[in-house]
Design a protein around this ligand. Structure first.
Ligand code: CO8
Length: 262
């Protein structure tokens, strides 16, 4: 376990790094020091060869109730602009290559909703509360919410949600494609499902998993033709990995693949 002030880290299952947002008095509001710790913990797991998947979660009551409003309230334009406020939040989406699963119970509002959507796979409880309420504070989403929510639910619904600040449930998040799954039950059942998926991912060749994540992410940036071509090139490249030989030979010999992760 690492020693942080605003988060907890642990590896309760082999191959899976767990990060728990832990600022209970502020419903896990995402202050800048929390993000410094989160980024450090993510990088540590990402560089750890024994870790094949990462889970980010909060508490039963809150994944995160947003960016820290009290920290933001006095911020000036020039300070926000010159210090590039929020830019460090992109570390997760831009740099981390290990798959990250968000396990969301309770509130995921504003920056909390945006953090959950930055993760590669989002699981939630049916009763989780999502929303982009920034409009009620006289501002707009600032950590990718307008872009990622719109890609997930389409323009009209995203416009409705962002311009009214209306919350939506975990059940709706799954129906609309924001979440991969809404789990019936509480936080424990949710974590169980997240670990099951994380352990499955961690049981595969790390090289293939990183490539799989990379090509799915490319679909968000490239045209279909370019994306399909990009995928094919990386698919070709994987014939140069040891694990492609190991995986296909094991299939032909009816054996379990023992991955080299090379
Ligand atoms: N920031 C700072 N403190 C918070 C936040 C927050 N986002 N959310 C809750 N808290 C604090 C409360 O102030 C309270 O502290 P205290 O006990 O000292 O008064 C404590 O957490 C408990 O909260 P409540 O008493 O309000 O708990 P309730 O159960 O009554 O209500 C709610 C829960 C409905 C979640 C309510 O706390 C709430 O509405 N919170 C704010 C939600 C919100 O507007 N989030 C969006 C924030 S804006 C944002 O995220 C912008 C993102 C921009 C880009 C990224 C920027 C970093």
């Amino acid at each position: 376990a690492g020693s942080y002030e605003h988060i907890l880290t642990s590896t309760p299952k082999p191959g899976v790094g767990l990060i728990t947002l832990n600022r209970p008095k502020a419903l896990n509001a995402l202050c800048s020091p929390l993000f410094v710790e989160l980024n450090e913990a993510l990088s540590k797991y990402d560089n750890d060869k024994s870790i094949g998947a990462i889970i980010i979660t909060g508490s039963e009551k809150a994944f995160a109730a947003g960016a820290d409003i009290k920290e933001m309230a006095p911020l000036s334009f020039s300070a926000a602009y010159s210090d590039n406020f929020i830019a460090p939040w992109s570390h997760l989406a831009n740099t981390i290559r290990t798959p990250v699963i968000a396990a969301v119970s309770g509130y995921a509002l504003g920056g909390g909703c945006e953090l959950a959507m930055m993760c590669d796979i989002l699981y939630c409880t049916e009763t989780a509360t999502f929303g982009q309420p920034e409009i009620k504070l006289g501002t707009i989403p600032g950590a990718g919410g307008s872009q990622r929510l719109t890609r997930a639910v389409g323009k009209s619904k995203a416009m409705e949600l962002i311009l009214t600040g209306k919350n939506f449930s975990g059940k709706e998040a799954a129906e609309w494609g924001v979440a991969a799954k809404a789990v019936a039950g509480g936080h424990e059942e949710l974590l169980e499902q997240a670990f099951k998926t994380a352990e499955t991912i961690a049981s595969y060749s790390r090289v293939a998993v990183v490539a799989g994540k990379e090509v799915v992410n490319k679909s968000q940036e490239l045209s279909l033709k370019e994306g399909v071509e990009y995928e094919r090139r990386l698919f070709h490249a994987l014939f140069g990995s040891k694990d492609q030989k190991i995986g296909m030979t094991a299939f032909a010999e009816k054996k379990k693949a023992e991955w080299s992760h090379e």
